[in-house]
Write a protein that binds this ligand. Structure first.
Ligand code: ADP
Length: 899
């Protein structure tokens, strides 16, 4: 028996020792004089009982009691308390002590009894809560059997005996595997009838490999045998001295407990071995660091992770292991772990997982996930770090890849929707929200049928589902509606997503908004139709043009050749000349129309604004178009134009052209009734109108006729003639002038064309000269510079008709010389001439004859060219071919010094 005595007072220790030996004669007593050494004793030795003083130099006996209870050491504890301290006495019992002794006078004398009692009752208590201790008892002496049985029954009923009389019987029992487990202790009398006790022990140990504790009972004074027996594997012995039975229960318990302890230790070693084996073979790297981050252990897997042998790693510093930023991170996490240690209920559960970049032997790095926890010592203080490192480079790469893909999907210009097998939306990318107006939250769980418009037929949806549920891909077009109800078109590819087992788990739809594309396509189709239409129109136009040109040309050629024949009577001759003149006009108007439309459409046409008298314009239009024909009647509206000038700033030429076109058309398309035209001024707008009672224009043609070459009747058997350019030109000119043209018409009843121009009135009315229209120059000397004889001859005819003197110059240089000789009143200067052109000649004449008016004769039809000519310093210009009226009008203006 072994007793732990905690007592710092030497005399008390002495007296207590004596009492204990009285109660337990063969016991060994370990004296501890402070708490610390008592605890140490408990760790090293198995005690049967402890006697603990309460007050000690380094603490209280309570602490030792606590340890015994906490660690379930199964020792009865007797506390030695101070006098009169009943409260303490109660609290020691509560804390788990078996009994207490108050250190009163002579207290040691009571001790033996108390110790006996404590042991006894403790065993019983132990027995109550623990299993029985089965003992195989080998004894042939019936008296001993009876005595032992009786004693144990009384004092240690939890010890159960299975009694056999011979070694033979015992071995028979032990041979069965299940019986090995059944017994806790073998109790063996040294003297056996059928065998040598030593042989028996050897058989048990070596043959049967039974580790069970064996206690041998020897005769009195046979210690030598006992020593021999213990050498071959007996665990304890009892010699049959007077009160050996008293010591029997403790011996059995001790042997049993020692055995169990040893087994536990073995198990511990085994499990540690297993763990080590695990660590050594794990794919993950297992490591232990001390608190200064020095490696204490690292498993061999580090070789694969970092390329280093474990021995090399053990010598490495953190800076050899981690990249600088990862060291930072590791230290930070470590500090946080240490900071949380005091709050933690279970410190062993302080675990951190972090991602660190490690340096490999070849200099490359590898991303790892490190799971760390603290290693705690017995006092619960952190003594190191245990960690597991795992290579996550593949995972990280996968994650990066995944992140990239996710980003691609999120930024994709097409919408991506993932649904489960029922079609409920699990994911939709931002583009989807942008197109549909449904946020991801709103659309989650919804079926994409929220977008349905009913355009796609149910059969098509059925086909779609059949296709994708059978693993195929569906491509097609949907018309869908947004959250706000508006519709859009999309091109979709829907396909199944399979898991690793090949089962379909989801569907993914990739859809492109093709609304705009569709629109563009439609526009393209329209444009193509337009182009084709325009092509058709051009063909029709060319046919028209050739017809239009041929008609007057035929007349000119035909009648000219008749006129060449001298025996045409005078009356007829005049008629033919009239026809030729009319044809000429017709031809010119066709050609100028074509040139005008080309100029207008190329965008180089500019308006040239000047002071213009509206009434004069109206009169000119009238004068140009009034024919001898009675019907239709061409009238002003109101019928009489006011004599007063209405002056405004506009381009009179363009304005005239528009009016002549509209009135001309009205006359052309009206066979009975009237054509009225006029204007009104409202605020800052002048509104012109031309009304007729002609054939009218159907509704569907009213816009089209403003397009070039468009006519009501495009067939070649056209009744009315014309090129189809007039209205296109008019519309272009009106818009250049700053106004708008419009039309109201009813077939069979007539048409009403109107257009506006801005009214920019001239406030001061400067020029007071009379109207020069219809006047002709007379009795003047006129120098005509013209290289072409026919042209010169024509002008010469016109001028000499009115008794003017005409001098000819055949080029620019000639003109300069003739100027000096003939002192002309006026020069008509052709621009394009050999030797020196008209521009150069005019500049020189200007210098020598300042004040001498020079009028340009030009074939340039462009307004811009006119402007250039005017800038050169001409006083006026006349377009070729020269019309007599125009020629005289310009000459009169220049001669009267009107600009
Ligand atoms: P053109 O008269 O040379 O054919 P326009 O562009 O001036 O070309 O006119 C285009 C077409 O519009 C005409 O061919 C004619 O069919 C129709 N149109 C123009 N003015 C009238 C009108 N006053 N009454 C009936 N139809 C008209």
């Amino acid at each position: 028996m072994r007793v732990l005595l905690l007592e710092d007072n030497p005399s008390d220790a002495y007296l207590t020792r004596r009492s204990v030996i009285q109660a337990l004669p063969d016991c060994l007593i370990d004296l501890a004089t402070n708490v610390k050494s008592a605890k140490q004793n408990l760790e090293q030795t198995v005690y049967d009982i402890a006697l603990l003083d309460i007050r000690l130099p380094d603490g209280y006996g309570f602490e030792v009691l606590e340890k015994i209870v906490a660690e379930d050491l199964k020792i009865p504890v007797i506390m030695l308390t101070g006098t009169g301290d009943e409260e303490t006495a109660i609290s020691v019992l509560r804390a788990g002590a078996s009994d207490y002794v108050i250190k009163g006078p002579g207290y040691t004398s009571k001790l033996p009894e108390i110790i006996q009692f404590a042991l006894q009752s403790y065993r019983e208590k132990l027995h109550e809560r623990s299993e029985l201790i089965h003992v195989l008892y080998i004894e042939h002496n019936q008296v001993d059997i009876d005595l032992t049985t009786r004693h144990l029954k009384q004092y240690a009923p939890f010890i159960q005996l299975t009694i056999v009389y011979s070694a033979y019987d015992a071995l028979n029992i032990l041979r069965h595997e299940k019986n090995k487990e059944k017994f806790s202790v073998i109790l063996l009398d040294y003297r056996l009838t059928d065998s040598d006790a030593f042989d028996f022990v050897k058989t048990v140990r070596q043959e049967y490999c039974i580790e069970l504790p064996i206690i041998m009972i020897t005769g009195h004074g046979s210690e030598e045998i006992a020593v021999q027996a213990m050498k071959i594997g007996v665990n304890d012995y009892l010699s049959k001295s007077g009160n050996y039975l008293l010591r029997l229960p403790t011996g059995i318990i001790n042997a049993h407990q020692t055995y169990i302890l040893k087994r536990k230790q073995l198990e511990l070693i085994e499990s540690e071995r297993k763990y080590r084996l695990l660590a050594e073979n794990a794919a993950d790297v297992i490591f232990v660091l001390d608190m200064e981050f020095n490696y204490q252990y690292i498993s061999p897997a580090v070789k694969r992770l970092r390329g280093y042998e474990p021995e090399e790693v053990l010598r490495q510093k953190m800076s050899d292991v981690l990249t600088p930023s990862s060291i930072e991170k590791a230290y930070e996490v470590f500090r946080a772990m240490m900071a949380s240690i005091n709050q933690a209920v279970d410190k062993s559960k302080i675990v951190r997982i972090l991602e660190l970049e490690m340096i490999r032997k070849d200099g490359s790095t590898v991303w790892t996930e490190v799971k760390t926890s603290l290693i705690l010592d017995d006092n619960g203080n952190a003594s190191g770090i245990l960690g597991v490192t795992r290579d996550i480079s593949v995972r990280k790469q996968t994650m990066d890849e995944l992140r990239k893909l996710t980003r691609a999907i999120e930024q994709s210009p097409v919408s991506v929707v993932i649904t489960d097998l029922n079609g409920s939306i699990e994911y939709a990318n931002p583009k989807f929200s942008e197109i549909t107006g449904y946020s991801l939250e709103e659309s989650k769980g919804c079926n994409p049928r929220i977008l349905k418009t009913g355009y796609t037929r149910d059969e098509e949806y059925k086909k779609l589902w059949e296709q994708i549920t059978s693993g195929g891909e569906w491509r097609g077009e949907f018309q869908n509606k947004r959250k706000d109800g508006s519709t859009y078109w999309e091109n979709a590819i829907i396909s199944p997503i399979r898991n690793s087992l090949g089962e379909i788990t989801h569907f993914v739809a990739v859809k492109e908004d093709v609304t705009e594309k569709k629109q563009i396509m439609n526009e393209l189709i329209i444009q193509k139709e337009h182009a084709e239409e325009s092509d058709r129109l051009k063909t029709a136009f060319i046919q028209n043009i050739s017809h239009e040109i041929r008609t007057p040309l035929n007349a000119i050629v035909g009648f000219s050749s008749i006129l060449a024949n001298s025996d045409v009577p005078n009356e007829k001759r005049k008629e033919f000349i009239k026809i030729i003149e009319n044809s000429n006009d017709q031809l010119l108007s066709i050609i100028s129309g074509i040139i005008n439309i080309a100029t207008l459409e190329s965008g180089i046409d500019k308006i040239i604004e000047k002071e213009t008298d509206l009434n004069n314009v109206m009169r000119n239009v009238y004068a140009q178009l009034k024919s001898s024909k009675k019907t239709p009647d061409l009238v002003f509206d109101p019928p009489v134009l006011p004599a007063k000038k209405i002056l405004l700033i506009t381009d009179p030429v363009k304005l005239m052209q528009v009016l002549v076109n509209l009135v001309g058309n009205a006359l052309k398309f009206t066979s009975k009734g009237y054509v009225k035209f006029g204007y009104s001024i409202q605020d800052n707008i002048v509104k012109f109108f031309v009304e007729d009672t002609g054939i009218g224009i159907p509704n569907d043609m009213q816009d089209l006729i403003f397009q070039r070459f468009r006519q009501l009747d495009n067939s070649s058997t056209r009744k009315y003639g014309g090129t189809g350019l007039g209205l296109a030109l008019s519309k272009g000119y009106v818009s250049l002038l700053g106004g708008k043209i419009s039309l109201v018409s009813e077939p069979g009843k007539g048409s009403y064309f109107s257009f506006t121009i801005p009214y920019k009135p001239v406030l001061s009315h400067g020029s007071g000269h009379e109207d020069i229209i219809g006047q002709v120059p007379r009795l003047k000397t006129i120098l005509v510079a013209e290289d072409e004889l026919n042209s010169y001859y024509y002008i010469h005819q016109l001028l000499t008709m009115h008794e003017n003197r005409v001098v000819r110059a055949s080029n620019g240089l000639d003109a300069i010389n003739r100027c000096k000789e003939s002192l002309p009143d006026l020069v008509l200067m052709d621009i394009k001439m050999p030797v020196m052109d008209g521009l150069e000649a005019t500049r020189i004449i200007r210098e020598s004859h300042p004040g001498l008016p020079v009028i340009a004769l030009t074939a340039f039809a462009l307004e811009a060219d006119k402007k250039l000519i005017m800038e050169t310093g001409f006083d006026g210009f006349i377009e070729k071919p020269v019309k007599p009226d125009k020629l005289f009008e310009v000459m009169m203006k220049v001669l009267n010094n009107i600009t």
